[in-house]
Unconditional design. Sequence first.
Length: 258
Amino acid sequence: MDKRLVVNKLYILPAGHGVLREFFFNTNLGADNEQMVHSPLSIYLLDTSDGLILVDSGFAEDFLNNPNYYNGTPMEGLLYLYMKEEHRIPALLGSVGYKPEDVKLVISTHFHSDHSGGHKYFLETQTPVIVQKNELTILDDETYSPAECRLKDLNYQVIDGDYQLCDNIQLIYTPGHSPGHQSLLINTKNSGYILLCVDAALTEGIFKQNVPYFAADPEQATLSLNRLKAIAAEYNPLVIFGHDEQQAKALKVYPEFY
Ligand SMILES: [Zn+2]
């Protein structure tokens, strides 16, 4: 990518939602607490002077009109994912007037079922997919996410740690939620700095009040959260959380942009 590319527009594209035990977002509640919480999901599309960059690709299509996917598994009753036709990658990009082959680069934050389900649309095109080295350690782990989220033959551009993609886009290594999770700091032309925490800070409560949440590695997750807080203090960005219901209602979504 052009090192001096300008991020003309950052679009938030809502991509479905989940309903899950609030315990996952606040382990203080205790594992037997049955309260459920609404969890919105979005992907992000960057319209830049050097082409389109997609951040994540949404739900695996195993969930298409199939919220009971987890019935009969240990997750039964704990998590329901709601995906409609309009949340498939061709439909999401189509809503903005684009096709998968128009995307120049995909940035994959991690391979969970709600973040890499549409990666398969970038297989044939061999679009570069930037991912952290440690996230590739789960490619063979069938308990991690549906198979379509863990494709081996994508054109992965593997990075290991923080990475300055260009002057205005910085990838921040934030493991803990998953082995190789990454977040993004983006300097947009119209709205200044935006920090996409993704799942390193699922909610505002986790980010601001240190509410403990369910993570693959809680110690690493805390270190990553502290890094994001330091970055927020330094750059004063708009901080966007991964799955915060209240914040999602207030954010601008397509056709508006940042
Ligand atoms: Zn997520």
